[in-house]
Design a protein around this ligand. Structure first.
Ligand code: C2E
Ligand code: CA
Ligand code: CA
Length: 852
């Protein structure tokens, strides 16, 4: 490709003008031509100071024939290396051999094929150039040797070897160059500026004729995208003016399929005329569309990487940090300079390291390809402060599936955590005394039962009700009442051990859990001590007040092994104490529980519910707050008992759960509800969902989704019109299975709602991970929403967090218009409660729908 800039000189020796003209025409563009019409003139030219680089020599000429001229030329020392090509009209082999034997480099018979002539001349000139170069080198080496007087045979051999190696190297390099050009798929082009010919080797599939003619750079313009031509032209002229060593441009051109392709053009002037005007330009052309696309993709990726709100880190397989984005710095204050090249394992603290190790560990035991994990983890920022993150980790793998990179994206969830913590505190603690409230207390009882069970201890629940609080409150006023309650809270806390819990359950109702009890006899002294603490006089609004309380006590495991019963027993014992005259302590006994007999009777008759079809269903409308329209119904069961009349579910559902009857009963309820309601949905009088309550025992049945599916098929009620209400605690009882079941329901199209929300763990982030659609705020929060700022705050937080997680919110137990107005103001979606309708029989629902 690369040629010397100077033009080669070619001497054409022929006595026939036609031949001369033809050859000169073919050569004049690329070479400087000299002419001799006979041998004498030829010899004169070759012997001049400026001999030609190559000679075309006619054989049959008058006076001196070609052979003779040849021999004479070779007598000149300076002409030794000039390649001579014989040209003759005769095609006899004899003549050819004679010519070649004399030392001619080639042989042409007339009529001459001009392209072949041109090609051969070119290659002979190149060969000559090499030869000249080698001679020069040899001479130089020789001179050096002479100078150094090292005419030893050994040295000379060594020199020759070195030269030989050099030659080989040059050849190898040339071959390599050829190969690489071919392998690159680049087009090679050559533009003759004198005649405009544009020749192409290894051409790219573009919209171009075979050998197009371009008289001027502007002739290319129609082939090039308008936006790109100016740059190309500028680069071209910069080079022509010798301001750049070569020119280069990227531009778009149409492919043979009429699509725009991106091309990279490089070129260089390889020949100039004596006035230094360029006459030939060569170069390469490369299709870079794919590169351009990749470049754009990268740009896009880089842009999104930098602009997302999530912090992102990229590590190699050894957790070395390779890249972070701006959000990373915003959140952690670590700059790229601080962290690049460092180990992520040590950057963000111990808990973080553990999570990363755990992830890597799972990776080893995991055969999945796209391993991914989401964790809540504490990370540390540059100031050393810990903050909670929601961290997503995934990996990149190479073709052999080996992990090459870890990628993490995280958000700072401090805000969410704080909101949840606050919510949890509000939902679990009494704001007046700071003691745990009923919700947390129940949780603590369950926990205490578990611990006692494990340690083979006993445990006691103590109920305490102030005897004369109401009268004090009425005489001294609410403010004093509050001070008094606070004081009682303090006294209770100080009268118990660290392992115990004191709680405020209601207005003047307190309760305690006494743990690590070895013997029941230990309990009474504690209770007596509490009474004496409470009895200490107190100065309230200038007057001395003294209090007393009634205490009921129950113990695990003697009385019961579940928290509901323990709570109930302690309550019963407390009432008993009260009824015996105040300031009394009573331990629970079976005889105190009148209701237990009734429960026993019901328990024995539970089977009649399904077998004798003794249950019926009431429906309570759910109303969309914004429209006031009935959107759905909740099915609520009642026992139509032959002796006791309608029995509410609270009286028998827990019995049915304990005895396992709930499984059959639950299915029967679902069947009946679907049959009775189908009409309302078929006629589109109701378009929302029919909600049924599921108990934990039902969820624990592996085949529940299958059973539900078969009942839906049997009744023709559509899954997408069904919704299950599940309490948070039932979900927590058997988390794994519950999650599986919920997912199955979700897949069937059945919606799920968390019932009695706020009375359980209140972790919305947990709820978010489950397949839940709706949150049903427990009616205990709604009850006081119009006088309690605290309850209103809780409800507002639940609604805003739930909406943030794309969950719908319904409030239950809405009894007044004020409550309804507040819920509307807080953007609650739906409500359910006596203010709209009590749970009613299906016939009554018909009437209600007709009215609507
Ligand atoms: P739940 O799921 O929280 O049902 C709502 C309860 O609140 C119903 O009591 C309903 O009558 C009552 N309620 C509705 N509106 C108001 C209101 O404005 N104010 C007040 N104070 N209460 C209102 P119900 O029907 O006695 O049901 C009690 C519980 O029994 C239900 O609580 C649910 O946990 C359970 N239950 C009812 N039917 C079934 C059932 O078919 N299967 C299962 N597993 N449990 C059921
Ligand atoms: Ca419910
Ligand atoms: Ca409820």
């Amino acid at each position: 490709m690369v040629q010397a800039v100077h033009r080669h000189k070619i001497l054409v020796v022929d006595d026939e003008t036609i031949n001369l003209k033809m050859m000169l025409n073919a050569l004049k563009d690329d070479y400087t031509t000299l002419v001799a019409t006979n041998g004498i003139k030829a010899l004169k030219i070759v012997s001049s100071k400026n001999p030609p680089d190559l000679i075309l020599l006619d054989i049959s000429m008058p006076e001196m024939d070609g052979y003779e001229v040849f021999e004479k030329i070779k007598e000149y020392k300076q002409c030794e290396n000039i390649p001579i090509i014989f040209v003759t009209a005769s095609s006899s082999e004899q003549e050819q051999i004679k010519g070649l034997e004399l030392g001619a480099v080639d042989y042409f018979t007339k009529p001459i094929c001009l392209p072949i002539l041109r090609a051969k001349i070119k290659s002979h000139l190149e060969m000559k150039q090499h030869r000249d170069f080698m001679t020069l080198l040899l001479n130089k080496q020789y001179l050096e040797m002479e100078n150094r007087n090292s005419s030893h045979e050994k040295d000379r051999l060594e020199q020759q070897n070195r030269i030989q190696r050099y030659i080989e190297e040059v050849q190898e390099n040339q071959e390599r160059l050829q190969l690489s050009l071919w392998g690159s798929g680049d087009e090679l082009w050559d533009w003759n500026l004198t005649n405009g010919e544009f020749r192409r080797k290894n051409p790219l599939p573009l919209k171009l004729e075979d050998i197009p003619i371009f008289s001027h750079i502007d002739a290319f313009q129609p082939l090039i995208h308008t936006e790109d031509f100016v740059d190309l032209k500028k680069s071209f002229f910069d080079h022509l003016k010798n301001e750049a060593e070569y020119f280069e441009a990227t531009f778009r051109s149409k492919s043979d399929r009429d699509e725009w392709v991106w091309l990279l053009l490089r070129g260089k002037v390889v020949n100039r005329d004596p006035n230094n005007q360029p006459i030939r330009i060569s170069g390469t052309l490369k299709n870079i569309s794919r590169l351009k696309q990749a470049e754009q993709d990268l740009l896009l990726a880089a842009k999104s990487f930098e602009n997302i709100f999530d912090a992102v880190w990229v590590c190699d397989h050894n957790w070395k940090i390779l890249k972070i984005n701006t959000a990373f710095t915003t959140i952690t204050e670590f700059t790229a300079e601080d962290v690049l090249g460092k180990s992520l394992l040590t950057l963000m603290g111990e808990p973080y390291k553990e999570v990363l190790h755990m992830f890597a560990g799972q990776l080893l035991s995991n055969t999945k390809n796209d391993t991914y994990s989401r964790e809540e983890v504490w990370g540390v920022d540059k100031q050393g402060n810990y903050f909670p993150q929601e961290l997503n980790i995934s990996v990149l793998r190479d073709q052999t599936n080996v992990v090459t990179h870890f990628i993490g994206a995280f958000t700072d969830i401090t805000y969410r955590k704080n909101a949840e913590d606050k919510l949890r505190y509000l939902a679990n603690y009494d704001s007046l005394t700071g003691l745990p409230n009923r919700t947390l207390f129940m949780e603590r009882i369950q926990h205490a039962i578990d611990v006692a069970h494990r340690n083979k201890h006993q445990m006691a629940v103590v109920f305490l009700d102030l005897d004369n609080f109401k009268s004090i409150n009425d005489t001294l006023g609410h403010a004093s009442g509050d001070i008094l309650l606070k004081e009682i809270g303090k006294r209770l806390s100080s009268s118990i051990r660290d392992c115990d819990t004191a709680a405020r359950l209601g207005a003047d109702e307190f309760a305690l859990i006494l743990e690590q009890v070895n013997h029941t006899s230990e309990i009474l002294p504690i209770a007596e001590r509490i009474l004496s603490y409470i009895a200490k006089p107190l100065n309230l609004a200038g007057s001395q007040v003294s209090l007393s309380a009634s205490i009921g006590i129950t113990a695990y495991p003697d009385d019961s092994n579940n928290y509901k019963d323990l709570l109930r027993h302690a309550d019963i014992a407390m009432y008993h104490a009260k009824s015996l005259g105040r300031n009394n302590i009573q331990f629970y006994t079976k005889e105190m529980d009148h209701r237990s007999l009734f429960r026993l009777e019901l328990e024995q008759q539970l089977h009649n519910l399904v077998t004798n079809d003794q249950f019926l269903i009431n429906y309570q409308p759910k109303v969309t707050l914004s429209t006031g329209k009935i959107d759905g119904l909740e099915a609520l069961v009642r026992w139509n008992h032959p002796k006791h009349g309608l029995i509410p579910p609270d009286m028998f559902i827990s019995l049915a759960e304990e005895t396992g009857h709930i499984v059959r009963l639950g299915e029967a309820i679902l069947r009946k509800a679907c049959k009775e309601s189908k009409e309302w949905w078929d006629t589109k009088q109701i378009t929302g969902r029919l909600a049924l309550n599921l108990s934990a025992v039902q969820i624990a049945q592996e085949n529940l989704p299958l059973r539900v599916a078969s009942i839906l098929e049997e009744t023709g009620f559509k899954a997408e019109n069904l919704e299950f209400e599940i309490t948070e605690s039932s979900m927590m009882e058997n988390q794994r299975l519950a999650e599986k079941q919920m997912l199955a329901f979700q897949n069937m199209g059945i919606h799920l709602s968390i019932d009695d929300f706020g009375t359980g763990y209140s972790s919305l982030s947990r709820v978010k991970d489950l397949s839940v659609n709706t949150i049903k705020i427990d009616r205990s929060f709604i009850k006081d929403i119009n006088h309690s700022a605290k309850d209103k705050g809780i409800v507002a937080s639940i609604i805003s967090l739930a909406h943030h997680l794309n969950l719908k919110v319904i409030a239950e137990g809405v009894e007044t218009l004020e409550q309804k107005a507040i819920l509307t103001e807080l953007h609650c979606d739906e409500m359910q409660g006596y203010v709209f309708s009590r749970p009613i029989a299906n016939m009554a629902i018909n009437e209600l729908l007709e009215k609507q």
